[in-house]
Design a protein around this ligand. Structure first.
Ligand code: PFF
Ligand code: NA
Length: 454
């Protein structure tokens, strides 16, 4: 059967950007930057982007384009069985992530509707944990399905699997052509509203104020590298899979730069929007920005509802736009992680796309129901811990060491990328991949193992 292909170059870039831009940009980046030197964080951040993020993106795009397969098949074609397992490991991690990423998108979808009348009331924290997630049931009584999560979760999976069933061009590409421009417009609205709120300057000052002393702290560099990996969706089999659908004539290196900078642009935009809103919140409650600044679930589902409560005028709409943006950003990432195992299974077992989506995606959807039960947040924590410990940094490290040092593919991949692009990869690319990235990631893993960095 002929391999599916993207219809246009923009289609591929939008899909890659759609994968990269996700919850990490909106709820993770702003706080990571703020905690790690504010304005000064941009130095390690840009360094990590240019020495690891974009070089690895170029490598993964080249691998997919050259070997034309999902991650396991591409690695198999690169070096046989000795390499194939790496693709399966990446796919396994992607599979696990997809089961809980879907749940958070489901929360965001439900909160979009809560926004209109601020159904969360004034005590947004109790609402989230007790009323919405139903965590306050006695142990032993847990296990029931929380329908308020189950229903949006089912919708999330129906949309995502429906898009994947429609194929690469008619499904993934078309969806991202709609999702990403919509997301950018909605997010611009949020940012403009946020920076025009009273007190926003307090938040922006907290966010941008550089603390240059922090640059000498190795944990800041580790945070920058860790974030770049997660944020660019590298080492998850995604970018290899997506680039395997590129037509022969495609400018790989250029596409990688565009994807990397677009993702960072979105992070910066999110940082401005989130911190401007936090400044407003701090001013309203007469506390320092420090008191309200946070990340993750707490930021999106506790603090943002409070901000929405306080907004002067049209707050229901602002809230809905915020949560709908989270939903869109999440969906395009979920589609990309799910495609890694859809492609992997269909190639390995000779299944049609339809069967692979229904079996692979269906299995992930069933498992994700665990997170929609009372006490489901507990499983979510376990899953997230598992991924952070054994996921990103380690796979990235193994990937570059295998490809560059064990299989010695740097020269071959460099030549392949250079055939496609007017941006020529020089020796710097090999140094970034072969030396800088392994050193930094090795240091990160060492820190994880000895537990004194985290
Ligand atoms: N890159 C996405 C973000 O920044 O939110 C997160 C992500 C999506 C990571 C999919 C990994 C993944 F497989
Ligand atoms: Na990202």
């Amino acid at each position: 059967m002929e391999r599916s292909q993207w219809g246009t170059r923009a289609g591929f870039i939008l899909a890659a950007v759609g994968s990269a831009v996700g919850l990490g940009n909106i709820w993770r980046f702003p706080y990571v930057a703020y905690e790690n030197g504010g304005g000064a964080f941009f130095i390690p951040y840009l360094f990590a982007l240019l020495t690891a993020g974009i070089p690895i993106l170029i490598m993964e795009f080249t691998i997919g384009h050259r070997y034309r397969g999902s991650a396991p098949l591409s690695f198999f074609r690169m070096k046989g069985k000795a390499a194939e397992w790496l693709g399966w490991w990446q796919i396994f991690v992607s599979f696990v992530i997809s089961t809980y990423y879907a749940v958070i998108i489901a929360w965001a979808m439900r909160y979009t509707f809560f926004s209109f009348d601020q159904a969360w009331g004034t005590d947004t924290e109790t609402f989230l944990f007790a009323d919405f997630l139903q965590l306050d049931v006695a142990p032993g009584e847990t296990g029931g399905i929380v329908w308020g999560i189950f229903v949006p979760l089912a919708i999330v999976w129906i949309i995502s699997l429906g898009i994947l069933l429609a194929g690469v061009k008619k499904g993934i590409e078309l969806a991202n052509r709609f999702f990403i421009p919509t997301l950018v417009i909605l997010f611009m609205i949020i940012v403009i509203r946020a920076v025009t709120l009273p007190g926003s300057e307090l938040g922006l000052t907290a966010f941008f104020q550089p603390d240059f002393d922090r640059i000498w702290d190795p944990t800041v560099w580790v945070a920058a590298y860790g974030h770049i990996f997660f944020s660019l969706s590298i080492a998850f089999a995604i970018m290899i899979t997506y680039s395997s659908y590129l037509p022969k004539k495609s400018d790989i290196t250029n596409n990688a730069f565009i994807t990397g900078f677009a993702n960072s642009g979105f992070e910066l935009l999110a940082g401005i929007g989130v911190f401007a809103a936090l400044g407003f919140m701090a001013a309203q409650s007469n506390v320092a920005v420090e008191e309200v600044a946070t990340a993750g679930v707490g930021l999106a589902f506790v603090v943002f509802p409070q901000i929405i409560n306080e907004l002067p005028g049209l707050n229901g709409i602002f809230g809905a736009v915020f949560f709908f943006s989270l939903t869109l950003a999440g969906l395009s990432s979920l589609i990309s992680i799910t495609e890694t195992y859809v492609a992997g299974f269909s190639e390995k077992f000779g299944l049609s796309r339809k069967v692979a989506v229904l079996v692979g995606g269906g299995a992930a959807a069933l498992i994700s129901i665990l997170f929609a039960t009372q006490g489901g947040l507990f499983f979510l924590d376990v899953a997230d811990y598992f991924i952070n410990q054994f996921g990103v940094a380690l796979i990235g490290l193994v990937e570059v060491v295998l490809v560059i040092w064990i299989f010695r593919k740097a020269t071959d991949l460099q030549a392949h990328a250079n055939l496609t692009s007017d941006i020529r990869l020089g020796g710097w690319w090999k140094i970034c991949l072969g030396v800088i990235t392994p050193l930094v990631l090795g240091y990160m893993m060492f820190g994880l193992l000895t537990q004194n960095l985290f």
